[in-house]
Design a protein around this ligand. Sequence first.
Ligand code: DAH
Length: 344
Amino acid sequence: MLEKIAKIRDEALRAVEVAADKESLDQIRVRFLGKKGELTAILRSMGQVPKEERPKVGQEVNTLRRQLEEALESKLKDLERAELEKRLTREKVDVTLPGRRPSRGTYHPLTLVLREIERIFLGMGYEVAEGPEVETEYYNFEALNIPAEHPARDMWDTLYTARNTLLRTHTSPVQVRTMEQKAPEVPIKIIAPGRVYRRDALDASHSPVFNQVEGLVVDKGITFADLKGTLILFAQKMFGEDRKVRFRPSFFPFTEPSAEVDVSCIVCNGEGCRLCSQTGWLEILGAGSVHPKVLEMSGYDPKIYSGFAFGMGLDRIALLKYGIDDIRHLYENNWSFLKQFKAQ
Ligand code: DAH
């Protein structure tokens, strides 16, 4: 029996030595130490061992069991260490590889155009003002000389969120808010960019949500000539020094006189083409001298003070500036479209 144990020892320890992976170690454990294992079998057959030999045999089996367990344990550690080392070499980081650039966004064309407009007007001493997109009827209409029932309200129909509260249809209310805040101080020189809302169906040139930039100047002795000079300068800085600028008489309840302002077509230079519908001109904004009633309602005596105002569609300016043929491109967040616009 002792010989048999010695044979098992040799075999088992050799097997552990040559084992190449954890699975082989498990198999060895089962084969020798398992319930039906070879060592267990010896203990089971103890009955056949002569009485005097039994203690010795029992001792040997236990020693071998311990030896084998230790051998298995230390081999397992060896295998794990080897595997870790292999992984470390395999997964080495090559620091000489070129880095992966995170993809960078670009500025939205509306942002680029707004920044340019702001740069031009800040250069002339204007400040940037803002107002709420959910406005009261007073600021959106009444204070701009558009009383209830005035037919001009049809042009600016919008969504009412509550009685007397609506999504603003233009940035003109910021004129009123600014004057109220400042009165009777002068000068006021502001532009007010922001989102506005109308009951327009989405098509190539209309969007129910779009952007405007309002302008307002109030001081003593401001005339229509100041308005013309300012807007001609703006148009030429925005669309090119050789643009011609045209003022057409128009009507807005909050200005008197009122005008619509066109620049000579940036595509055909006045010859007539598809962009300008063969007219040679592109309309870019509405403007006028601030109506005396508007001044008065907001705290400025029209006998002492005068002013001019203008309002342009930011989206329209962006379409013209970049030759974009459909306003919907500005709101679809299509990366192949947007990535074409880089800040200069
Ligand atoms: N608020 C006008 C609109 O949305 C645009 C406008 C016209 C603004 C004339 C002005 C102005 O300040 O003087 O159609």
